[in-house]
Write a protein that binds this ligand. Structure first.
Ligand code: URA
Length: 191
């Protein structure tokens, strides 16, 4: 098993797929490597590629607000990363082969973090990590257990910006998440 630093170094010099060609930064992740709760999106967008941190564009600002509302903070008590670590051109969906090239890094990150809860953000991450036939509009906010980890699909904050009518439902998911955290990993909220 590689150390966190070894994985990060390998990821940051990765050239396993075409997404390496136009990247400015590899976006490895942000947060507490000891977090009990992990958020996983699909892949970096323009701002993330420029800044080297996940969810720092408009969608990320909305995500931060929703996190703040339930006392979660990317710098304190969670870890945030993506399925693919390099930006797909023009923010297209990451292709299956790109996801498969990259997912080993996510698996290694998850093995070291050992989260109790994984929240997937959006359809792509939910389909890849929870089930291929996930119906995100219907199933967001539900929780299933997989190998001792609770998996919860959520709507993608960029989708919420496009369709504000889903905001209330999305916020309800965060409230469900807060209750689940208090139940299974209350240390998330300690100090
Ligand atoms: N969308 C994602 O899925 N991930 C990011 O890091 C930014 C936007």
């Amino acid at each position: 098993m590689r150390t966190w630093q070894e994985i990060e170094e390998a990821c940051k010099s990765c050239r396993q797929c075409r997404l390496c060609e136009n990247r400015h930064h590899v976006v490895f992740g942000v947060g507490q490597p000891k977090a009990r709760v992990m958020f996983i999106g699909e892949g970096p967008g323009e701002q993330e590629d420029l800044q080297g941190e996940p969810f720092v564009g408009r969608a990320g600002q909305l995500l931060d607000k929703m996190l703040f509302a339930v006392d979660l903070d990317r710098r304190k008590n969670i870890y945030i990363t993506n399925i693919v670590k390099c930006r797909p051109p023009h923010n297209r969906d990451p292709q299956e082969d790109e996801q498969n090239c990259c997912i080993g890094y996510l698996r290694e990150q998850t093995r070291l973090i050992r989260p109790r809860i994984i929240v997937t953000l959006g359809r792509i991450a939910g389909m890849k990590l929870i089930k291929p036939d996930l119906r995100i509009t219907r199933e967001h906010g539900s929780i299933i257990e997989r190998k001792g980890i609770l998996m919860m699909p959520m709507l993608h904050p960029a989708a919420l910006l496009r369709n504000q009518s889903q905001m209330e439902g999305a916020f309800r998911d965060f409230l469900i998440l807060r209750e689940k955290i208090k139940e299974v990993c209350p240390e998330t909220y300690e100090n």
